[in-house]
Design a protein around this ligand. Structure first.
Ligand code: CP
Length: 338
């Protein structure tokens, strides 16, 4: 079977049941992170608790650990990234790992080498943990099935399907501000249809027992309701924000949209779906504003709101490093007990 399947055969819109199982070793320990589906509440809580230990106040020395000493982490980003790639890099270094950031533009993939051969090449150099972002659905699981038993695959963004570490950092950020999830109303606003961030957030929030999840978008950017069975799908921003404890704005994923037909122009979009201070008057008085980044100020979010005291956007970034440290420590422990 080695290399027999083509990546292009793997297109799909959600992580499958066997991908969920593939994440765990024979003893039920987390070995790969492909999706938040299949991670139960106690495992997510454990990861969030572990993440808290890697946070330190701004301006103080960062927390370091030796949990990854002797390990090598390779960042393979076949799509652009600032936050996810930089935070995996910092997280791995702060835990004592050797880190390889493959420059895709100058790698042998430009000469036609397959992603699998790239992986096998790096595996031969004793890379233990592969962090993978790819525009095609199914790639992280495809690699996880074919990689050696001593390696771990971490999904750093998979098409519009899954972005599990973003989901974890969003959960950590919400928990640090709001505590228990059970009473919370969370509103996610924007291009839900093409958002892996919304999917992973929804999966994590559902597992953590969120009170209510609202997904607000223009009709043309609405999700398949089957992909979000426990969410309210809405098209009016004022209704969607009303009473919300958490409001998360998302950018329009133009790189995943074939035709812009039916999608409002920028001015109309901002008027109807831009999250602004005026609109936040309808939210709960202590509501927080989130955005996974990269932001398009003045389109999905008012610039001054993004920089306001209601915004936790930079905290999300800080929490992202801690979450990735916790995840790396978790899978390194699993690899160490193989
Ligand atoms: N949130 C997120 O995935 O950002 P990057 O694309 O910069 O990694």
């Amino acid at each position: 079977m080695r290399g027999a399947m083509s990546v292009t055969e793997l297109f799909k819109s959600e992580n499958t049941a066997d991908e969920i199982e593939l994440q765990f070793d024979a003893s039920g320990r987390l070995k790969h992170l492909l999706t938040l589906r299949g991670l139960d509440r106690s495992l997510i809580t454990e990861l969030l608790d572990r993440s808290e230990k890697f946070l330190s106040p701004m301006g103080q020395p960062v927390v370091r650990s030796t949990a990854l000493q002797g390990r090598t982490v390779a960042n393979l980003f076949f799509e652009p990234s600032t936050r996810t790639r930089a935070s995996f890099d910092l997280a791995a270094r702060r835990m004592g790992a050797d880190v390889l950031n493959l420059d895709v533009k100058t790698s042998a993939r430009k000469k036609g080498e397959s992603i699998l051969d790239t992986l096998y090449t790096l595996q031969a150099m004793q890379v233990d943990i592969f962090v993978i972002r790819d525009a095609s659905a199914g790639v992280p699981a495809y690699i996880a099935r074919l990689v050696g038993p001593h390696a771990s695959i971490l999904n750093a963004g998979e098409s519009d399907v899954s972005h599990p570490t973003q989901g974890l950092l969003d959960l950590l950020t919400i928990r640090r501000h709001k505590g228990d999830f059970g009473e919370l109303v969370v509103a996610i606003v924007g291009d839900i249809a093409h958002s892996r961030v919304a999917r992973s957030a929804a999966e994590g929030l559902k597992t953590m027992g969120v009170g209510e999840l609202r997904l607000i978008s223009p009709e043309a950017l609405a999700p398949d309701p089957d992909a979000f069975p426990s969410a309210r799908i809405m098209h009016n921003l004022d209704d969607g924000i009303r009473g919300a404890d958490v409001v998360m704005a998302l950018r329009i994923q133009r790189e995943r949209i074939g035709s812009l037909d039916g999608i409002p122009g920028i001015d109309e979009y901002y008027k109807n779906f831009g999250v602004s201070s005026a609109r936040m008057q309808n939210a709960a008085p202590d509501a927080i504003v989130m955005h996974p980044g990269p932001m398009n100020r003045g389109i999905e979010i008012e610039s001054s709101l993004a920089d306001s005291s209601q915004s936790v956007i930079t905290e999300q970034v800080t929490n992202g490093v801690a979450v990735r440290m916790a995840l790396l420590a978790t899978v390194a422990k699993t690899l160490g007990s193989q």
